[in-house]
Design a binder for this molecule. Structure first.
Ligand code: ADP
Length: 454
């Protein structure tokens, strides 16, 4: 600053000297005025250059034409440039952090929508758009209640109690395939609100299944228990002769067995659900599995006084890597169903064979009553029966096919059901190629060795 004052004084002095030389005392005074005016104009022009440069930057232009100059204005321009650069760096850093933050929210499996004090959408992530049917760009600054018109949602947003969430139908929900979304509002900032959404379709389905399952189990157990209690009371209160007593005790025993079968199937299911998939380590010849199954089937036929044509056949060189107890149980279940649902004189064909791609199939084909197409997809649901009384009559629990499907899936395979009413049904258990061995050198086990069933 002192330097600038000195220069200014030097300019005035130079003007005075030149004026003095040219016009004496008055010339010196005019020289000082001319010098200060020149100084003022030069200073003004330099200041204007800096001001124009700052104005251009302020208008969003680049700082390309920096007014390089010395002196105070140069110093001001240089300092302004440095301050701008530092501010730019801070802005870029903040923008990067904001972008990363938004990218993290975008990646969230939960929907996030930011609402302003008027309930308008300021920003939402893609998940939220997907849950609630927004278009992240098009719907910005739209009132959320104009976009999501579910009455429960509108009442929730307009109400004051947001301590709990509310479950509403999600985008694309139909009565056939309902989609449920849980939404909850959280206040933040000045009157702003955060709307969090979560797809709870699977959770709701699991909860419905759990409720249905408990209701079904209770119902299945209550029926034989009621019958049993009735018989016990009859035995206690009525003077019955020996033949009647024996008949009642026989009926009671049948009900007790029914409950036993149900509990045993429930235990099998819970064991299957709670254990890891079987490893591929031990190879069992398909013929050995089939032999055990055949022995059981013939025993069941005799017990049920059924007379069907039973045929059992397996590829000689086929070995499979299965959890034998589980798999044999599933095989026996399918064969038992075929025996139960095929009238006398019908035929049942049981086969183990290798199919295309190195996979193997265990199939049970019967010439029974068959199943109408609308029932087929539901047969593997727990407690689903085509004919409830018929199933009970034949000692069924309604859990058999659910268990079989579970066993197949645990082995990486599947259960296929083909059926034609009046013609018969084929139930096929498929095993993936990784669990199939077809070398003739596979160990051959005595076909009469019984294999335990689940
Ligand atoms: P259940 O213990 O009642 O037999 P499952 O789960 O084993 O239960 O079978 C479910 C239903 O599938 C049965 O109630 C029956 O209606 C039908 N079903 C199963 N196997 C056959 C078959 N081979 N032929 C006709 N219907 C069958």
């Amino acid at each position: 600053m002192l330097f600038r004052v000195l220069i200014f004084l030097a300019v005035l002095l130079a003007g005075a000297i030149v004026g003095l030389a040219l016009g004496g005392q008055w010339g010196a005074a005019l020289g000082v005025i001319a010098a200060s005016f020149t100084w003022f104009i030069a200073d003004l022009l330099r200041g204007l250059r800096v001001e124009r440069w700052l104005r251009r930057i302020d208008a969003g232009g680049d700082e390309g034409r920096f007014p390089a100059m010395s002196g105070l204005w140069g110093e001001i321009a240089e300092r302004a440039r440095r301050a701008l650069r530092a501010s730019d760096l801070r802005t870029v850093g903040a923008q990067t952090r904001l972008d990363e933050f938004l990218a993290a929210i975008q990646a969230s499996p939960n929907g996030v929508t930011l609402l302003d004090a008027q309930g308008r959408i300021e920003w939402c992530n893609q998940t939220s758009a997907d849950h609630l049917g927004f278009d992240a760009q098009r719907d910005a600054m739209q009132r959320v209640v104009n976009l999501v018109r579910d009455p429960g949602f509108v009442a929730y947003v307009q109400g004051s109690d947001h301590a709990r969430d509310v479950v509403i139908p999600g985008r694309g929900s139909t009565p056939m395939s309902p989609r449920k979304v849980s939404v909850q509002l959280h206040a933040y900032g000045e009157g702003r609100r955060l709307l969090l959404s979560r797809d709870v379709t699977a959770l709701e389905q699991a909860e419905t299944m759990r409720r249905d399952f408990v209701a079904n189990v209770s119902h299945e157990i209550r029926t034989p228990l009621t019958v049993l209690t009735g018989f016990v009371e009859t035995l206690q209160n009525l003077p019955l002769d020996e033949a009647e007593r024996a008949r009642y005790l026989g009926l009671m025993s049948a009900q007790a067995h029914r409950m036993q079968a149900l509990v045993s199937d429930l235990l099998v299911l819970s064991r299957l659900e709670g254990s890891p998939p079987p490893l591929v380590q031990e190879w069992t010849p398909a013929r050995a599995l089939l032999a055990g199954c055949e022995q059981e089937a013939r025993g069941l036929c005799a017990a049920l006084r059924k007379s069907q044509d039973l045929r059992f056949e397996a590829d000689a060189d086929l070995s499979v890597a299965v959890e034998t107890l589980e798999w044999s149980g599933a095989m026996s279940n399918l064969v038992a169903n075929a025996i139960r649902y095929t009238p006398n004189g019908g035929s049942i064909e049981v086969r183990w064979r290798v199919v295309y791609g190195g996979r193997a199939e265990f199939s049970v084909r019967d010439t029974g009553e068959g199943i109408a197409p609308e029932h087929v997809p539901r047969l593997t649901e727990r407690f689903y029966r085509v004919d409830r009384s018929r199933s009970r009559e034949t000692g069924g629990t309604g859990l058999g096919l659910a268990i079989v499907k579970h066993v197949a899936q645990r082995h990486g395979g599947e259960l296929r059901i083909d059926s034609v009413v009046g013609v018969g049904s084929t139930f096929t258990l498929c095993l993936p190629a990784t669990r199939v061995h077809t070398q003739v050198s596979a160990p051959v086990v005595d076909a009469s060795t019984p294999t335990p069933a689940a």
